[in-house]
Design a protein around this ligand. Sequence first.
Ligand SMILES: Nc1nc2c(ncn2[C@@H]2O[C@H](COP(=O)(O)OP(=O)(O)OP(=O)(O)O)[C@@H](O)[C@H]2O)c(=O)[nH]1
Ligand SMILES: C[C@H](OP(=O)(O)O)C(=O)O
Length: 201
Amino acid sequence: MRVVVPVSGSDPKTRLSPVLSPDERREFTEAMLADVLRALDAAGYDPEVVSTAPIDCDAPVTVDDRGLDALVNDLLSDGPLAVVMADVPLITTETVERLFAPDADVVLAPGLGGGTNAFVCRHPDFRVDYHGASIRDHRRIAAAAGADLAEVDSRLLATDIDEPADLAEVLLHGDGAAGEWLADAGFELAFDDGRVGVERE
Ligand SMILES: Nc1nc2c(ncn2[C@@H]2O[C@H](COP(=O)(O)OP(=O)(O)OP(=O)(O)O)[C@@H](O)[C@H]2O)c(=O)[nH]1
Ligand SMILES: C[C@H](OP(=O)(O)O)C(=O)O
């Protein structure tokens, strides 16, 4: 099965702008991507990257400036496809195995906050509609296509790094390139009342 990791390469992770400069957002995106590619590779898959701009990584890269829906729906029209987002650096080999394990037409991995962090599709009529609460849209689209649906309940795969507070999850649980990049950039855990956050030296 074709396994694609889409990446916003030109101006990625704009929601991290309050804590990272544009160059840092690109570097951090490459670090998260390295963690995702390493897990897919270790699970025995050969991921391809489709990025809106050239990006440094250990996988074949196609540069394609289409938005996510146009890109992924075009890939879906070619046959079975798995998509794993580039911003889930906590993903592990075991999580990847869980994503591919169900024998369902469509397997969805929900993200925190309503997104869809990964899917596996073996049905000709499933299509994507990202942004908003896309997990709800994808359940609906799969049902309308008559596809059997399975979902992966994984905290590691659900943790997409979108906002500054999410960086704490990488420092707490990541043992790869993204956590290392944050530590090198001077980020550390900040203990206050409530949830642990991050601060920068
Ligand atoms: N190829 C491609 N990948 C995209 C595009 N938009 C987002 N992505 C990737 O899809 C995943 C989820 O996207 P978002 O969480 O919105 O990431 P983002 O666009 O970098 O972040 P924000 O600017 O903060 O919304 C990430 O892996 C992005 O790199 C796009 O237009 N084309
Ligand atoms: C692409 C989008 O990502 P989010 O903005 O939810 O992280 C989604 O999963 O629908």
